[in-house]
Design a protein around this ligand. Structure first.
Ligand SMILES: Cc1cc2nc3c(=O)[nH]c(=O)nc-3n(C[C@H](O)[C@H](O)[C@H](O)COP(=O)(O)OP(=O)(O)OC[C@H]3O[C@@H](n4cnc5c(N)ncnc54)[C@H](O)[C@@H]3O)c2cc1C
Length: 191
């Protein structure tokens, strides 16, 4: 059970209400992705040039904050994300051909996801030659990764008893996929 202090806020809740929690990705995963992308200083401030560009993260932002709080780096890459990565590679390169093979039949992408269930940093372990193109990949990653979504939790306290607190009861999510034990982002963040 997790208790959230709402003392001094104007929050009013009723039994059955839910709250949304925006998790942080694990520091290890963020570190690993930044290393693969050859980001030397995770706390460096960057700003994407186009002011009209919609991004999930604020502009300017640091790499650490963007990858920790705003971008989903835990779920396997979507087909369109992989297509975008492919577009930034040399069509004659081995990694381009590897990615093309993943899309060769409708089933091959789903089999690839089923076999590896890769998080975003793990793409670099499965296709190691992507590391040679890290400089070309940073902007596509920032622009095309999906946003980190809130997770919802049912309130298990009553405002009649607990005026200044919200209680939620969170089950730790763990599952096996791609031969690895996976941890739910938000339930582990809260734990
Ligand atoms: C209205 C509502 C109320 C809720 N209330 C509560 C509550 O009170 N308490 C509570 O604990 N949770 C509650 N949930 C669920 C909660 O919102 C989260 O979904 C849950 O905590 C998991 O989040 P996570 O970030 O830890 O896991 P995530 O990182 O989101 O991982 C879960 C993901 O893993 C995938 N997955 C799971 N098992 C496997 C598998 N074997 N193979 C491949 N993929 C798999 C799922 O498809 C899912 O995408 C509620 C959800 C809703 C919609």
């Amino acid at each position: 059970m997790i208790k959230i202090d709402i003392n001094g806020s104007t929050i009013v809740y009723e039994p059955g209400d839910t709250i949304g929690v925006i998790p942080h990705n694990s520091p290890d995963q963020v570190q690993s992705l930044c290393t693969y992308l050859k980001i030397k200083d995770m706390d460096a401030v960057f700003s994407l040039s186009s002011s009209t560009l919609h991004t999930p993260f604020p502009k300017p932002c640091t790499y650490r904050i963007a990858f920790t709080q705003f971008l989903d780096i835990n779920n396997p890459p979507t087909q369109s994300f992989l297509e975008t990565i492919k577009g930034s590679l040399d069509p004659h390169s081995k990694e381009y051909q590897n990615l093309t093979a993943i899309f060769s039949t409708p089933e091959s992408y789903h089999m690839w996801i089923y076999n590896y269930h890769p998080s975003i940093p793990e793409i670099f372990e499965i296709i190691p030659s992507l590391k040679d193109h890290a400089e070309n990949l940073l902007i596509p990653f920032l622009l095309n990764l999906p946003s980190l979504k809130p997770r919802f939790y049912s309130i298990s306290s009553s405002s009649l008893v607990d005026h200044d607190e919200i209680h939620i009861t969170v089950g730790l999510v763990k599952y096996m996929a791609g031969n690895k034990e996976r941890k739910g982002v938000c339930s582990h963040y809260l734990s």
